[in-house]
Design a protein around this ligand. Structure first.
Ligand code: GAL
Length: 700
């Protein structure tokens, strides 16, 4: 990069602090979200909970923290429509206008996650019934039924009123529909809709009986409306269809509001909803297919920040639409809903923010700005305290905001690129969860057993649907593709024929689309292609030894006894990589991992859940076979490497998640964007939780 270009970009970044709108105009053509800086810091703000006299102070403090976006309104229905058909938007008009004066843009939440009391009292059918037949009550949130036509009518109407009012407001950049869609309804309306859904899918009850094999336990139905509605302890075919119905219903729930919004809002305003990582109550790919942007809420699920696990959830969100995404909520130091709400350590809030950007987030928003004066979440972390003054974390977040401003123009238009994909498949996850066989066989943990060493070694992994285009990847891993259709099998085979390297994990290819057993042994339709099959599977309560080309190691939780079925000259291409040592007799000496060269690529079946040391050797072997190299070799453990690039830019983000200081050598001279930007460096020193953002002069 010439120093002239650097100076220009540096000047632009500087001007951001002083002249927000000047910069907006300059960038209007270039960004995904015209009128916005490329990388945004934000917070959830609830003006309806505070006297208006306080707003200006809050917005001033936000501006000082480099906050450029607030999300407003997602629980404010009773403030927007205090009585049926009586709308009060004056406060929201003023809040948006005041935010604009502070150069803060707005994402508007439709408030349908929290219906007002007048609505559910007058129309009790809008209340959700849980799987035990108990109706939800007013006083908490998410008490609505996602199927109820009356609820949908009101949801449409409030979204419409908001769209008409703010659809062309220059300071509104996007819309979040509802908030963290989650709980389905099991009431009479949901039942009737499920029955109609089944009729539409199967045509006749005789066909449903055949597909579900209902002769088992005399489950045979005479009419669709006899089919029970349940999400556990049922015929696996019914359960899988229930989850598909729930996915379709959440999708149509979103579409109902999209119909109100889209015709009345500017095309520049995006529509999204905020999702929850590995949550599997519905198929995320389906939900996101009707949205413009993927957004998710990044909370640490256990007491401590596990960066690989958190990075995987970013990669998952990026895969919903195969493009950059937003972190719509994340925690300022701690939450209030775990058993012990331990804080992130000082420095880790910044570490997490940069990890989000490194994995493809273009915005990081904190939940929340300030606690409501009362209510269920008084203990949650915030940026501002009960006294209205900055909490200690405010200053760390302010630094993040400043850094986002300084690096935004460099990061603009860039995204992570991976040569490795891991397939996340909801049908398979549900099917395994209904019948785990080994209680510890958590399909997400099993996916991560592959992901972690792949991410560490290759430094870039996409997590995608089986329907995503796979051709661009050198290596594709389907960790447990339990439900496998013929069409999917053919797609995977074509990928291998054309030079791809495919790994199928344990339990792959066992089930048909209706969650019944394939008529062949695993991997079902892919058995001839693999030239091997699963003779039998075994749940384990003790680790089993393995040995072979990759050395010795162990398997846990699950082990499948494989057998080579290819014969004659076909058999010459099939190799056993690892076999079981002595264990239950059935497995002793039997193949555990089988690999075959087919066409220009390879297919490898792993019949066991490998423990970390062997898994690492296995994934390293596969990465080498596929010709995947690390983006930056020689990086110390605990330092994460992320690259965002495009045809003209190459940005390296290094994050030291470790408590030790590490020096990282670069593979070329780069500009250190968070330090002395004008001169190039060939290595960087990363303190504990330190971050470096580096830019190369060209993508080459
Ligand atoms: C999220 C939710 C927010 C807030 C937050 C607390 O799940 O969307 O409204 O409750 O959790 O961590």
């Amino acid at each position: 990069m010439s120093s002239l270009r650097w100076l220009k970009r540096g000047a632009a970044a500087l001007s951001l602090t002083f002249s927000f709108y000047g910069l907006l105009q300059a960038q209007a053509q270039a960004t995904n979200f015209p009128n916005q800086p490329p990388i945004l810091l934000g917070a959830a703000w609830y003006p309806e909970q505070w006297p208006e006299s306080r707003w200006n102070t809050d917005l001033g403090l936000m501006e000082k923290a480099h906050i450029h976006v607030v999300r407003i309104g997602e629980f404010a229905w009773s403030s927007m429509e205090p009585q049926e058909g009586v709308y009060k938007f004056g406060w929201l008009d003023r809040a948006i206008a005041l935010a604009a004066q502070h150069h803060i843009a707005v994402v508007l939440g439709t408030p349908t996650a929290a219906p007002p009391d007048w609505l559910t009292t007058k129309y009790p059918q809008t209340l959700r019934t849980n799987d035990q037949g108990v109706k939800a009550q007013h006083g908490n949130r998410q008490q609505f039924s996602f199927t109820d036509p009356t609820y949908r009518r009101f949801a449409y109407q409030i979204a419409l009123e908001m769209a008409k009012r703010y659809g062309h407001n220059p300071n509104v950049v996007g819309w979040q529909i509802d908030n963290e869609l989650a709980n389905p309804d099991f009431g009479p309306t949901a039942q009737a809709q499920f029955h109609a859904w089944l009729k539409n899918r199967y045509g006749t009850i005789a066909n449903l009986n055949r597909q579900w094999a209902t002769a088992y336990w005399s489950e045979t139905y005479d009419h669709f409306d006899e089919v029970p509605v349940r999400d556990y302890n049922e015929n696996p075919a019914l359960l899988l269809d229930w989850y598909r119905f729930v996915s379709d219903t959440w999708k149509s729930y979103l579409e109902n509001q999209i119909r109100a919004l889209r015709p009345n809002i500017d095309p520049r305003q995006f529509i999204t909803t905020n999702t929850m990582g590995w949550f599997d109550g519905f198929n995320e790919y389906e939900i996101n297919s009707v949205l413009d942007l993927a957004a998710w809420d990044d909370y640490i699920p256990t007491a401590h920040y596990d960066y690989l696990d958190n990075g995987a959830r970013h990669d998952l969100a990026r895969g919903y639409k195969n493009k950059n995404f937003w972190v719509m909520e994340t925690e300022p130091v701690f939450v209030d809903w775990r058993s012990t709400n331990t804080p992130l350590k000082k420095g880790q809030v910044r570490d997490m923010a940069w990890q989000a950007i490194g994995h493809g987030a273009d915005t990081v928003e904190y939940w929340q700005w300030r606690s409501a004066p009362n209510g269920q979440e008084e203990y949650h972390g915030t940026l501002v305290g009960a006294d209205g003054e900055p909490e200690p974390v405010y200053w760390e977040i302010q630094k993040i905001g400043q850094e986002f401003d300084e690096t935004g123009s460099a990061l603009e238009g860039t995204t992570p690129h991976s040569e490795v994909a891991v397939i996340n498949d909801y049908d398979s996850r549900w099917a395994i969860d209904f019948q785990r066989q080994a209680q510890k066989f958590d399909p997400v943990a099993e996916l991560l057993a592959f992901y972690d060493p792949l991410r560490t070694a290759s430094q870039a992994v996409d997590i995608v649907s089986v329907d995503a285009p796979l051709d661009k990847y050198k290596l594709v891993v389907a960790p447990a593709l339990n439900v496998l259709t013929k069409a999917e099998a053919e797609k995977l085979e074509a990928y291998v024929e054309q030079g791809g390297h495919l790994i199928l994990g344990p339990r792959s290819g066992m089930k048909k689309r209706n969650n019944g057993l394939q008529p062949e042994q695993q991997p079902g339709p892919m058995e001839p292609f693999l030239g091997a099959r699963v003779e039998q599977f075994y749940a384990l309560d003790k680790n089993v030894p393995l040995e072979g080309t990759l050395g010795v190691g162990t398997a846990k939780i699950w082990a499948e006894q494989l057998d080579i079925t290819a014969t004659g000259k076909d058999a010459a291409d099939v190799h056993v990589l690892e076999s079981y040592g002595r264990s239950n007799g059935w497995l002793d000496g039997q193949p555990a991992i089988v690999t075959r060269k087919v066409g220009k690529g390879t297919i490898t079946y792993v019949g066991a859940w490998l423990t970390p040391a062997l898994m690492k050797r296995f994934t390293d072997y596969e990465l080498a076979q596929a010709g995947v190299h690390p983006l930056l070799a020689g990086v110390p453990p605990g330092v994460e490497v992320c690259v965002r690039s495009n045809a003209h830019k190459y940005i390296l983000i290094l994050i030291n998640h470790d408590t030790m200081v590490h020096r990282v050598a670069l593979h070329r001279p780069m500009y250190n964007l968070l330090a002395d930007k004008a001169s190039v460096v060939t290595s960087v020193l990363l303190p504990k939780y330190g971050v470096a953002v580096l830019e190369a002069s060209s993508a080459q």
